[in-house]
Design a protein around this ligand. Sequence first.
Ligand code: SF4
Ligand code: SF4
Ligand code: SF4
Length: 256
Amino acid sequence: MGKQKKRLGIFSLTSCDGCQITFLDMDEDFLDLLDNYEVIDFPLIKDGTNLFEEVDIAFVEGTPVNDEEIKTLQKIRKLSKKLVAFGTCATFGGVTAIKDFSDDKIKKEIKKDNEYLNLHDNIKGIGDIVKVDAYIRGCPPTKFEIKNLLQTFLDGKEIEHRKSPVCIECRKNGNPCFLKEGIACMGSITYSGCDSICINNKFPCYGCRGPVEKANADSLFLVLKNKIGMNDKEVKNMFMLYAGTNKRYSNLIKNG
Ligand code: SF4
Ligand code: SF4
Ligand code: SF4
C-alpha cells in the first residue's frame, strides 16, 4: 500500500495570484513535494477553485475584502488542520489595504467604482480574523520558504520565525549600503528571508516582508525624513505600501 499523503489546499482570496505562482516557480521541488502531498485545491492550475474539502494544511493567499470572503476564510479555517497566511497580502492586507490610508475623497471614489464588491473600509491580515498557525511573508514569498515550511510540517515540528532584518543578509552579501548613499531603504526594519534579493540587484528594500518583531520604525522614519530628505508624505507612502496595517507602521502613518 502506498504511503498516506498529506492533503494540501492552496486557496485564494483577493490577490494578484503572485503567491500561487511561486509554487510553480519551485520547478522540480514542486514535483518532489507531490511525493508527500496531494494537492486538493490550487485555483491557478486546477479547475474547481476552493472546493472546500478537508485538508491537512491550507495556504491562504490574499486578503478578504468583503463579507463573502470573510465567510470563505472562516470556512477554510474550519476545514484545515493547519492554516498558513501565505504572502504579505494574507499577513498584513498588503497592497489591498493601501486604499484605507487614502483621504476621504479617494476612498469614496474607490467605493463607487467597486460598488458591486461591497468592499470593507478596514482591510486586515487574515490573522486578525481567524487563527493562523504559520506565516510566510513576502510579495511574493520565496520558494525556499514554501519548501521549508512543508518539510517542517511533514516532520511534525514547529515553524520557527526569523528575528533578524534584511540588513543582516545584505551585509553578508557584501552590498554597499543605500542609506549611506542617501537612498531610502527599509532593510533595517524588514523581516529577512529573501536573501536581500532587491539590494543584490541594485534596488533598495521597500519592506515587502513587513517589520521584524523589534523593528525600530520610529527611528527609520526620522532617518528617511531628516537624513535622506524625504518629505512626510513620501515616507508615509513607503510605510503603507506593504504592511501599513501593522500597528507600528499605522501609528506613524496616522500621527507622523
Ligand atoms: S502578496 Fe504580493 S504576490 Fe502575493 S497576492 Fe499579494 S500582491 Fe500578489
Ligand atoms: S542597503 Fe538597505 S538592507 Fe542593505 S545594509 Fe543598507 S539599509 Fe540595510
Ligand atoms: S529586499 Fe525588501 S522589498 Fe526586496 S524582497 Fe526583500 S523584503 Fe522584499
